[in-house]
Design a binder for this molecule. Structure first.
Ligand code: PAF
Length: 280
């Protein structure tokens, strides 16, 4: 079980990548904020399938958290993360310090529009995608991977990153990977550790409700009625709903005839905000 190379500077990252490229080896990047679970590890498996060289980034990016959010208490499990990555054979972990990513005087941000302004996550976290787009663009420019893998669980994030990569002519192909779920359907998330046992027992209702709404839609129920029933079910179970929305799967804007649709939800349970989505 080889330890991944642990890299904390852009210079070492670039030298490592240059060595691989000199041997014509393709490189896959998996950006994460650590606290790795089976969902993240599935992204690394996908990376290893896509390219002989894989780099996992671990950086809890402060610019994507609003001051009121949980940056300080976001789980940090670096030693366990490295052990898990060693077990599945990741080649390198890029874990820069804050000053490497945001040196003093840092004054540039990417402010995405398009799927980043569709009234979903952006309505509740107005600057979140500025931080995500900025840090992901930096990581892609630092590592210049052939492919980068992101989970579909953060479906709007994936759409935003695809759009940014296209608009800025980044050389990396963005790949979305299916959400990994617990046996009861709950989408895996680093924040699930904050659910109390009582909250954990009702959290699977988020996915269950998505499935019920999707089944109603497929069965011909009017979208407004199907969404209202889903909202009522979540509210009755103790969730504070941010949104339950049916959108065009590509743009995340209004549903277009004959285009794939996506059903997306964000709901709060105590202090934890759960998001999930499925194809319809
Ligand atoms: O999905 C995440 O973990 C983060 O938003 C990402 C893509 C690593 C950027 O910090």
């Amino acid at each position: 079980m080889a330890q991944p190379l642990i890299i904390d500077s852009i210079a070492t990252l670039r030298a490592t990548v240059a060595g691989w490229r000199a041997r014509a080896e393709r490189i896959a990047l998996v950006p994460t904020m650590g606290a790795l679970h089976a969902g993240h590890l599935s992204l690394v498996h996908r990376a290893r399938h896509e390219a002989p060289r894989s780099i996992v980034t671990i950086f809890v990016n402060p610019t994507q958290f609003a001051p009121s959010e949980d940056f300080g208490k976001y789980p940090r499990t670096f030693e366990a993360d490295i052990a898990a990555l060693a077990a599945i054979g990741a080649d390198a972990v890029y874990a820069p310090q804050l000053a490497e990513m945001y040196p003093p005087g840092f004054a540039t941000a990417i402010v995405p529009e398009g799927p980043a302004r569709t009234g979903l996550e952006d309505a509740f976290r107005p600057t979140h995608f500025h931080g995500v787009a900025t840090v992901v663009t930096k990581l892609l420019l630092q590592a210049l991977p052939d492919v980068a893998i992101f989970g579909e669980k953060d479906f709007q994030q994936l759409a935003v990153i695809r759009h940014v990569a296209r608009d800025l002519d980044l050389r990396t192909t963005i790949i979305g990977a299916a959400t990994v779920r617990e046996a009861d359907g709950l989408a895996m998330s680093s924040r699930n550790v904050f659910l109390t046992p009582a909250e954990r027992s009702i959290a699977p209702l988020v996915h269950d409700t998505l499935q019920a709404v999707a089944a109603a839609l497929r069965g011909g129920t009017d979208a407004t009625d199907a969404l209202a029933a889903g909202e009522a079910r979540l509210a009755a179970s103790g969730f504070a709903l941010d949104y339950l929305a049916l959108r065009d799967a590509g743009t995340l804007g209004p549903l277009q005839p004959a285009q794939p649709a996506r059903l997306l939800v964000a709901a709060r349970l105590g202090s934890v905000r759960l998001i999930d989505n499925i194809a319809v």
